[in-house]
Design a protein around this ligand. Structure first.
Ligand code: PAF
Length: 280
C-alpha cells in the first residue's frame, strides 16, 4: 500500500496495463476527482473483481454546459491520492486535456435518442455527448475488462450502456448503489461546495424521494409526483425536475406504473446543482 502510482500519459499507462493483462483482469473507475466514499466503494468493488484497478481523474470540459460549473468544480488531486493509499493494486491516470483529446481525435455524436432529451438531457444540452466522448476515449486508452459507475448518475449509466452497445466495446459495465451519508444525502463531489446549512437543507431531496416511495402505489404516478412536489416545496431548494420515469425508456410515467419505475430529481442548493434518484 502507499500512494498509488500516477500516470499522466496514455502512452505509458497503456504499456503498464498491457503487462498487467498478461496475468489478470483490469477494472476501470472513471472519475472527475474530488473523491468521496462513493468513489471508494466503486474502487473496492473493482478490486474484488480484477487484479489491477485503474482510476482516472480528469475534469472533462466537454461535459460541462456551464463555464462557472466547470471552473468551480473541486480539484483535490493530493487528497484523492491520499484517500486511495489504503488500497493495493490501484493505479491512477491523471492526464491533461491534450492526452485525452489529441489533435487527430475524431468524434461523431452517437444517437442517444430519448436518453439525451429527457431529464438531465433536457436541462444540460450536450452534456451526455461530452460524457460519451470522454468515456469512449478513456475506454480506448484503458481497454479494461470491466468499468464501474455509480447509480446516482442513473441516466449516465443508461447512456454508457447504450454507447457500449452502439460502439461495440467488449467491456462489462458494472453499476454500484448510490452511497449515502447516514442522514440520507447522496454523496457527490459537488457537496464539497455546500455550507453546513446547505448540507442540512439538501436533505429535502432524499426525504422527498423516500416519502414518494412510501406512498400508496395504488395512486397513479402522476398523483405521487404531485404529492412529491408538495413535499419538496416545504424545503428551501429550487427544483429543476422531479419525475417518475420508466427505468429503461426514461419515459415519464403518469397514469400507469411500469415494472421498474424510478423517481429522478435535480435541484439547486446554494447555487450547487444536485441530482438523486430512487427506485419506486
Ligand atoms: O461520473 C463522472 O464522474 C463523469 O461523468 C465521468 C464518467 C468520469 C466522465 O467524465
Amino acid at each position: 500500500m502507499g500512494m498509488p502510482t500516477v500516470y499522466t500519459t496514455a502512452h505509458v499507462l497503456s504499456s503498464v496495463i498491457s503487462a498487467a493483462k498478461k496475468t489478470g483482469d483490469v477494472g476501470f473507475v472513471p472519475t472527475m476527482g474530488a473523491l468521496h466514499e462513493g468513489h471508494l466503494s466503486l474502487v473496492q468493488k473493482a478490486l474484488e473483481q480484477n487484479s489491477l484497478v485503474v482510476v482516472s481523474i480528469f475534469v472533462n470540459p466537454t461535459q460541462f454546459n456551464n463555464a462557472s460549473d466547470l471552473s468551480n468544480y473541486p480539484r483535490t488531486l493530493n487528497t484523492d491520492l491520499e484517500l486511495m493509499s489504503v488500497f493495493d493494486r490501484v493505479i491512477v491516470y491523471a492526464p491533461g486535456v491534450e492526452d485525452i483529446y489529441p489533435e487527430h481525435d475524431f468524434f461523431e455524436p452517437i444517437d442517444l435518442g430519448e436518453l439525451d432529451m429527457r431529464l438531465e438531457g433536457a436541462f444540460r444540452p450536450g452534456h451526455f455527448q461530452g460524457v460519451v466522448h470522454v468515456v469512449r476515449n478513456l475506454f480506448h486508452i484503458v481497454q479494461p475488462h470491466r468499468a464501474y459507475f455509480g447509480e446516482k448518475d442513473f441516466q449516465q449509466l443508461a447512456v454508457i450502456r447504450r454507447m457500449v452497445k452502439l460502439l461495440n466495446f467488449s467491456i462489462e459495465i458494472i453499476s454500484c448503489p448510490t452511497y449515502r451519508s447516514v442522514n440520507g444525502l447522496a454523496l457527490s463531489s459537488r457537496n464539497m461546495r455546500l455550507t453546513h446549512q446547505g448540507r442540512a437543507e439538501a436533505l429535502i431531496i432524499s426525504e422527498t424521494l423516500n416519502y414518494m416511495k412510501g406512498l400508496d402505489h395504488d395512486h397513479p404516478p402522476s398523483k405521487v409526483m404531485e404529492l412529491g412536489h408538495a413535499h419538496f416545496s416545504k424545503g428551501k431548494l429550487t427544483l429543476e425536475y422531479l419525475e417518475i420515469v420508466d427505468a429503461e425508456s426514461l419515459m415519464k410515467l403518469t397514469d400507469e406504473w411500469s415494472d421498474h419505475a424510478v423517481c429522478c430529481i435535480a435541484a439547486y442548493c446554494e447555487d450547487v446543482r444536485l441530482i438523486d434518484n430512487l427506485a419506486m
